[in-house]
Ligand binder design. Sequence first.
Ligand SMILES: NC(=O)c1ccc[n+]([C@@H]2O[C@H](COP(=O)([O-])OP(=O)(O)OC[C@H]3O[C@@H](n4cnc5c(N)ncnc54)[C@H](OP(=O)(O)O)[C@@H]3O)[C@@H](O)[C@H]2O)c1
Length: 244
Amino acid sequence: MVSNVQKQNRARFPFVYLNIATTADGKLAPANRKFVPFGSKRDHDHLLELRTEADAVMSGARTVDLFPVNMGPGPAKYRRMRLKNGLAEYNLRIVVSGSGSLDPRSEIFKHRFSPIIILTSERAPESRLKKLRALADEVMVCGGKEVDFKAALSWLREKWAVTRLLCEGGGEVNDALFRADLVDEIHLTLCPWVFGGRNAPTMADGRGARTLADANQIKMKSEKRIGDELFLVYEVLKRARRGI
Ligand SMILES: NC(=O)c1ccc[n+]([C@@H]2O[C@H](COP(=O)([O-])OP(=O)(O)OC[C@H]3O[C@@H](n4cnc5c(N)ncnc54)[C@H](OP(=O)(O)O)[C@@H]3O)[C@@H](O)[C@H]2O)c1
């Protein structure tokens, strides 16, 4: 059943779902943060399938800088699925960079099939903003020291009609969304590897929660094993709904 708080949030913010693949020890990448494709082809197809249901796909600056991603819908088959789902053929692309340090040579800027929006903060100096404005379709300054995701998501909903937002990490952006109580659903693929390393990124890095009351409680919606991978879907129980 959808509560009143959920209904109000739906009207203000997009539905936010995360897609993440981790090793069995919960790591997104090795400690050197270099991208290592440890998921199967099935997991990659799953990523493209999830994009067919999103108005916009969002990632943090390090995810975009460290690996040549274009954050688009992929092959024609997936673009047809988007159209069938009543969405634009190409999803919007959103990159988060509070300091505006996003590399203007990043692969994403070489692909112009859909608008690119950069969410940044007042920490970003004008010189960097100028460079990014020349590359992106819109640069939104939203928040003082870090991006204020409540304001940003409500703006995305109003100005860009984003009702379903898929966040593909990394750990720092995910953590900021969790702290703001904005995540609705998690799609987690558990892969048969162990990276180890205390500095290796995890699903939610950054500041995290200090107490159990501040933590995000999740409820398993489905699980599916394909080969040695587990595809898990969790609903995030909103703190506001839990009376916190
Ligand atoms: N396995 C997977 O499914 C998966 C998915 C994605 C990424 N990864 C891996 O994860 C690693 C990257 O994750 P990460 O946690 O290091 O970085 P990230 O979350 O991709 O990006 C971090 C950057 O995003 C900006 N940012 C994040 N939260 C912000 C906030 N609240 N306000 C303002 N700016 C904010 C900052 O940019 P500025 O520094 O410019 O301010 C920050 O440095 C890479 O190794 C990547 O390969 C794995």
